[in-house]
Design a protein around this ligand. Structure first.
Ligand SMILES: C[S@@+](CC[C@H](N)C(=O)[O-])C[C@H]1O[C@@H](n2cnc3c(N)ncnc32)[C@H](O)[C@@H]1O
Length: 361
């Protein structure tokens, strides 16, 4: 079947590599923030249970050219929703429209919803606020894509955020940065990894979770358990599979921050994530402390929600960094202040700002 997966805009290449690693499928970019690939039912279980860079996994129901709402209705009626959406599960349609069509997203949603209801002798109930199943209707130009969401709550919401930093990094972005530091592989940690400005520890914790092969969302039941082709027990098998687990010592993954409060928060988050023994945190000023690590992964302050001004911080930080490391992965909103030529750059958003992940080797 055809599957779609969403990710943070800018992380498409990382998502494609992860899909390949976890399922063997070759994905391609559908549009920024979404990739597409062919795979079977077991890939849906596996990605929902194990993917660290994806937000949602969707089963494509139909795809075709449409010019107006009547054609959207027809295309929905001709698609086979019944094999995946059972008639006893409350559902909603969420629509997204890009282009200069004469209709809006709410009309797309209600047209598709009506067509789905009309497809059943005993239709599933419509539930707009807390649906068990969400059907996504994407209209981009003249193309309609209908897809069923197998995930529900986005996979970027990890369970370990006991303490939330003022400028917390999205775990999917943190994970992608760790992958880039490891040359694209998210499992094997070749060398010591340091985040010298770790805040509440998102980067070191994601590094420890991936290395320990702990599933990103252990306490959550995805939407797929409400869909016809899937069973909760098979999903749980994938969640508890730790066949790729590797031993890691707390000296291997280190987080530091100038602020004691955040270091304490990082320790609490690591405990909530179950990786206390795989990561260590300390108070330290990155503009003076020497770096003893092979992989430096850092989400630099951007001066909006923190009191650190990039123009005053970057120079002493990069001076103190020296050159005794193998790979540096930096997330920054001030690329022009980074004194290296990156070998790879990913463009994304950090809050409301444009940001870049720079890989330096
Ligand atoms: C963008 S935040 C990091 C957020 C973190 N990635 C998270 O998800 O929680 C940047 C952090 O850099 C820290 N920081 C600023 N200047 C520093 C310095 N000179 N040395 C160490 N940490 C510093 C701040 O205290 C802040 O926690």
């Amino acid at each position: 079947m055809e599957l779609l997966a969403t990710t943070n805009r800018g992380l498409e290449t990382v998502a494609i590599a992860e899909i390949k690693r976890l399922t063997g499928a070759e994905a391609t970019v559908h549009h920024p923030g979404m990739v597409r690939f062919s795979a079977g039912v077991s890939a849906v279980y596996r990605l929902n249970a194990r993917a660290r860079s994806l937000h949602r996994v969707l089963i494509e129901l139909t795809r075709g050219a449409v010019g107006d709402l009547t054609e959207i209705y027809q295309a929905t009626r001709e698609s086979d929703v019944g094999w995946v959406l059972p008639s006893d599960q409350p559902f909603a349609v969420r629509a997204q429209r890009r282009g200069d069509q004469s209709f809006g997203s709410p009309e797309v949603a209600s047209t598709v919803g009506q067509a789905i209801v009309d497809s059943y002798a005993e239709p599933p109930p419509v539930e707009l606020d807390e649906p068990a199943v969400v059907v996504r209707a994407l209209v981009r130009g003249e193309t309609l894509v209908l897809a069923v969401d197998t995930t529900g709550q986005s996979l970027h919401r990890r369970w370990y955020r006991a303490v939330e930093h003022d400028a917390a990094l999205r775990p999917t972005v943190a994970h992608a940065m760790v992958c880039l530091a490891k040359g694209g592989d998210d499992s094997n940690l070749a060398g010591r990894l340091l985040d010298p400005m770790c805040g509440c520890g998102t980067i070191p914790i994601e590094a420890a979770l991936a290395t320990n092969d702990i599933a990103p969302s252990t306490e959550y039941e995805p939407a797929l358990t409400s869909l016809r082709p899937f069973a909760a027990t098979r999903y749980q098998t994938h969640v508890h599979d730790q066949s790729q687990q590797r031993a890691v010592t707390p000296e291997q993954i280190v987080g530091r921050d100038r602020e004691r409060e955040w270091v304490q928060g990082a320790r609490e988050n690591a405990a909530a994530a179950g990786v206390t023994g795989a990561v260590s945190f300390a108070v330290g000023d990155a503009t003076v402390q020497p770096v003893t690590a092979d992989l430096i992964v850092v989400d630099l302050p951007f001066g909006v929600r923190t009191d650190s001004r990039p123009d005053q911080l970057y120079e002493p930080f990069f001076d103190a960094l020296g050159d005794d490391w193998d790979r540096l992965v930096v997330l920054t909103t001030r690329e022009e202040l980074v004194p290296y030529d990156p070998t790879e750059t990913l463009e994304l958003r950090r809050g409301r700002l444009n940001a870049s992940v720079l890989v330096v080797t």
